[in-house]
Design a protein around this ligand. Structure first.
Ligand code: MEV
Length: 310
């Protein structure tokens, strides 16, 4: 017997980190990148085959604790024995680059296991199980990555509230660039938690400012004002940088994009490595930006038409 489950990457347009503290975020499922988990019947202990490891599930390395835990918890929820199947995970989402790979691996694997055991899976159970994995990955997840990697529509998202689908009707292109450096989401999330202890007033101000910028970006999208959107994105990058979430490579790509005609640029996702995004006013400009970013050291770029869902 054989069953599969899929998920996709995600791009946070605005609101990473501040979303953990109840501020709004805008995010996009990034269907250009995806994960597929396959479950196949065998005899004996469960095995895992993925980018980081191939072997018995019981001896998987510590860095896969979130995935191993989600597999164990899902099988428990399904009331099935943890034996007699192999798990294979293939991915085009670069791992640990702020594109939601940890949530996406969990989503695809939970879906595959429910499919394999022929049980229906509600969205709320999927999100609950995914958040077990995300809590191990970075302690205090907002739930945004779980929502985006399992969904197909852009969202205006506030932690704990119903999902608000948010069509991105803005005449612009996003260029996504990968620094090639693994992102340290856990450390970055912990860093902000520590700043809340050591400098509560300043940290709270920066988080609130990020929330305000996300709302201003929402307005700019609704009014089809790409220049304003770009300005709010760049301002968000400055706030994130002031909170210690950026790094030299991300700043270098953000400056390269702005110097090469981007109307806005910022890091996206957990930060401290991973990806950045730049806003281009048209496709030619996006292609030009993509070339400049590759020349400046990005190891991969993607171009996303923000009107493509119309
Ligand atoms: C990570 O992709 C996004 C963060 O805002 C964490 C979270 O929302 O759980 C940094």
């Amino acid at each position: 017997m054989r069953a599969t489950g899929i998920s996709n990457g995600k791009i946070i347009l605005m609101g990473e980190h501040s979303v953990v503290y109840g501020e709004p975020a805008i995010a996009i499922p990034f269907l250009a990148t995806a994960i597929e988990t396959t479950i196949e019947t065998t005899n004996g202990p469960v095995t895992l085959d993925c980018f980081f490891y191939k072997g018995p599930l019981s001896t998987a390395p510590e860095r896969l604790l979130n995935l191993v835990t989600v597999i164990v918890e899902t099988v428990k929820k399904l009331n099935k024995p943890l034996e007699n199947f192999d798990i294979t995970i293939t991915s085009t989402i670069p791992a640990e680059r702020g594109m939601g790979s940890s949530a996406a691996v969990a989503v695809a694997t939970i879906r595959a296991l429910f499919h394999y055991f022929d049980e229906s899976l509600s969205n709320s159970v999927l999100l609950q199980l995914t958040n077990i994995s995300e809590t191990i990955a970075h302690n205090n997840p907002s739930g945004l990555d779980a929502a985006m990697t399992s969904g197909q529509s852009p969202l205006y998202y506030i932690k704990g509230q119903d999902f608000q689908f948010f069509p991105l009707r803005v005449t612009a292109y996003l260029v996504v660039a990968d620094t090639g450096i693994t992102s340290q989401t856990k450390e970055a999330v912990e860093n902000i938690a520590e700043l809340y202890q050591s400098a509560p007033r300043e940290t709270d101000l920066a988080i609130k400012k990020l929330g305000l910028l996300a709302n201003q970006a929402k307005w700019a999208i609704e009014q089809d004002q790409p220049i304003e959107l770009g300005t709010f994105m760049t301002q968000a990058h400055e706030q994130l940088d002031s909170l210690g979430i950026s790094n030299q490579e991300l700043n270098h790509l953000v400056h390269t994009a702005l110097d090469s005609g981007a109307i806005g640029a910022k890091l996206t996702g957990g930060g401290r490595g991973g990806c950045m995004i730049a806003l281009a006013k048209n496709e030619d400009n996006a292609i030009q930006l993509s070339k400049a970013l590759l020349q400046a050291g990005a190891n991969h770029t993607w171009i996303y038409n923000m009107r493509k869902d119309e």
